[in-house]
Design a protein around this ligand. Structure first.
Ligand code: 4NP
Length: 157
């Protein structure tokens, strides 16, 4: 069974699809594509079925990172048992995730920047409001690198 990671933000069009695409790219580069799966979801329902935001697409295109086939979906209660790790982009997401999946879920719930030592920011800024997709990418990128190292020892075999 692959280790399953779910990235969650509010709309599932800016931050969490960026994190999903970047993390998948890092997993692939590490030769772990068969061992780790990534997905993303939003706590809100406004953008269900839509592709990532144009700003996220442009940023990923610029870095030759694929987002093929990705479209927004809403976090479901069952995600708590379908995933090993749920990674929130900010504190509001973390609170909302815990409310949806409950306390008995299999998945561990963390905030992405909680694993980045000495991070000045606790929350990944939302480029839907800031317009700064590069700032968000820098934080998501650092977080994804550390996330992969955190998961490595937990992989079966
Ligand atoms: P995201 O950004 O949570 O990073 O996908 C947002 C996208 C859409 C909205 C809010 C945040 N919205 O209110 O529609």
């Amino acid at each position: 069974m692959p280790y399953r990671v779910l990235f969650v933000c509010l709309g599932n069009i800016c931050r969490s699809p960026m994190a999903e695409a970047v993390f998948r790219e890092r997993v692939r580069a590490a030769g772990l594509a068969d061992a780790i799966e990534a997905d993303s979801a939003g706590t809100g329902d406004w953008h269900i079925g839509k592709p990532p935001h144009e700003g996220t697409r442009r940023l990923l295109d610029g870095k030759s990172i694929s987002y093929e086939g990705m479209c927004a979906r809403q976090l479901q209660p069952g995600d708590g048992d379908a995933f090993d790790l749920i990674v929130a982009m900010d504190a509001n997401n973390e609170r909302d995730i815990r409310a949806v999946v409950g306390n008995d879920a299999k998945a561990e719930v963390i905030r992405l920047l909680s694993i980045v030592p000495d991070s000045v920011l606790q929350d990944v800024p939302d480029p839907y409001y800031t317009g700064d997709f590069e700032e968000t990418y820098a934080l998501v990128s650092a977080g994804c690198d550390l996330l992969l190292e955190r998961i490595r020892p937990r992989l079966a075999g």
